[in-house]
Design a protein around this ligand. Structure first.
Ligand code: B12
Length: 448
């Protein structure tokens, strides 16, 4: 039986029954009706607290120096690092000589070029400057700052975020513990000031910035499917450039309303934690966010603001239970860096993790070392995740809904997904012949 037949005669029939009964129950459940057009599919529940707990005695602000990029020499040793880089360079040259698909000049040039807009910004720099760029203030226009109810303001911000390229957007009260304590040698502090500012020692966030707008940007599945090659890296780099455009646009918009806005992509603090709080998704076995709409195929960014906004709640779509039995990301990891433990835990793998939150922590130095070994980065854990799906066929919606509501089916769905060949590496040579949509992503996906 092939995939089509299976859907037609097999689970398709059973699935429709499950789907109908689940859909039926959703109508009467007011907690699922959510807040207007940006809400998730019907099978997603809102919760008061994220499912994975935080230990308040331990969880605190992270020094970004401890992540793998900040402490390479410490985690690998100078000698190993040098050898790793030399090996990587030699391999890169060999791949050029072999004209190996996914590692040719055009593949690598695409991956590099994908960074083009991202490179215009950094922590309080360029497109991510903490001060107004060019937008005119209400004062300059001779009017008062924007005034709307919390709900109206949130509605407006979400519309603007979508317009600037967000796939999904959520709002949370800012948990300051998610903001790095230190970055690029500067302390990040909160002070009772009107405007954010920076000097040689510190970066200052005004106390009044109490909200975080968390946003996801889709990555091209056709690119990530080619992991681990330069074409999958192009999926990441393009995602970063689109995040850059998104946060730059949204911050200028908020400033134009007369409020403070601080843009952030990878800098400033965790992008994953506020996304969990704002209900964009759940933390998965990858130790990354998995969304109901796009699975793990999203990059994340955020904007901090003092514009008063209605906030969203965290979500539950059965992901935690799913990840407990699936483990495909861990199996597909070429450097064994992901956890195979059944349960997430407070126990960190090393100083590169921030203790005090429950997760499936990963061995990050192994992951980054493999980026060198592969010569082009890696996204295997994203490629194989059963939540990574391109189409929005009814059957996938039904399966996602069934998984959200009936965890006992998770193991079955995982094995079916694998036997149907989902998640296999695709041809990097053929990528160039695909008739891709804009930015390589289907922007109508996830809205069904
Ligand atoms: C440094 C970094 C890495 C390092 C590893 C992290 C480290 N410990 O050094 C390396 C380079 C290896 C890496 C690899 C990858 N990364 Co990375 N990485 C980052 C970065 C820049 C900083 C993260 C960090 O400081 N971690 C250190 C501490 C905080 O880690 P931790 O304690 O283990 O916590 C992790 C999670 O539990 C969560 N988190 C942190 N605090 C809290 C608190 C709570 C309460 C909760 C629930 C979660 C949570 O975020 C952390 C992610 O590392 C973030 C951007 C950002 N600002 O968030 C991107 C980011 C997390 N990475 C991302 C991705 C996609 C990847 C890769 C898949 C690569 C790729 N192809 O794009 C792999 C996945 C590897 C894996 N599955 O293990 C995305 C994740 C998007 C998503 N859907 O969640 C991010 C957000 C970048 C982005 N802009 O989109 N990454």
């Amino acid at each position: 039986m092939d995939r089509r037949d299976f859907f037609k005669f097999g689970l398709g029939g059973a699935g429709l029954t499950i789907g109908e009964s689940l859909t039926g129950s959703s109508d009467s459940d007011s907690s699922l009706s959510g807040n207007h057009e940006f809400d998730h599919p019907w099978w997603v529940n809102r919760l008061e607290e994220p499912k994975l707990p935080v230990d308040d005695r331990v969880y605190s602000r992270f020094n970004s120096r401890k992540n793998v990029f900040g402490s390479m020499v410490k985690y690998y040793g100078m000698k190993n690092l040098k050898e790793l880089r030399e090996r990587s360079q030699k391999k890169t040259q060999r791949y050029y000589r072999e004209n190996r698909p996914g590692y040719r000049l055009q593949d690598r040039a695409l991956a590099d070029a994908g960074w083009v807009i991202s490179r215009l910004g950094g922590l309080n720099r360029g497109t991510r400057s903490w001060t107004r760029n060019f937008v005119r203030t209400p004062q300059q226009r001779g009017v008062e700052e924007y005034k709307g109810s919390l709900g109206e303001a949130a509605h407006m911000i979400k519309a603007a975020a979508r317009y600037f390229g967000a796939a999904t957007v959520g709002i949370t009260r800012l948990d300051r513990r998610h903001i790095n304590a230190k970055e690029r040698g500067k302390r990040i502090v909160f002070e009772g000031v009107e405007e954010p500012y920076g000097n040689k020692e510190k970066l200052v966030i005004p106390d009044k910035c109490k909200y975080a707008v968390s946003m996801s940007v889709q990555m091209s599945l056709d690119n990530i499917a080619c992991s681990p090659t330069a074409l999958s890296s192009a999926g990441s780099s393009m995602g970063y450039s689109r995040c850059e455009f998104l946060v730059a646009g949204l911050t200028e918009f908020i400033r134009g309303l007369g409020y403070v806005a601080i843009p952030s992509v990878n800098d400033l603090g965790s992008s994953v934690a506020p996304a969990v709080d704002a209900g964009l998704g759940e933390l998965g076995r990858t130790n990354r966010l998995i969304t109901p709409e796009f699975g793990p195929m999203v990059r994340l960014c955020k904007v901090l603001t003092d514009l008063p906004l209605a906030v969203d709640k965290p979500i539950d779509f059965g992901l935690l239970e799913f990840c407990k039995v699936c483990k495909r990301c861990a199996e597909a990891c070429p450097c064994n860096c992901l956890s195979f433990e059944d349960e997430p835990s407070f126990e960190v793998k090393g100083p590169w993790n921030n203790p005090g939150h429950k997760a499936w922590f990963e061995d990050s130095p192994q992951c980054l070392a493999y980026w060198q070994e592969s010569t082009s980065g890696c996204s295997n854990c994203l490629r194989v995740c059963p939540w990574t799906k391109k189409d929005k066929t009814v059957i996938h919606q039904i399966i996602k809904g069934a998984s959200a509501k009936i965890p006992a089916l998770d193991a079955f769905f995982t094995s079916m997904d694998e036997s149907f060949g989902y998640g296999r590496q695709r041809s990097a040579r053929k990528w160039w012949d695909l008739n891709l949509p804009e930015y390589g992503v289907d922007t109508t996906q996830g809205k069904g």
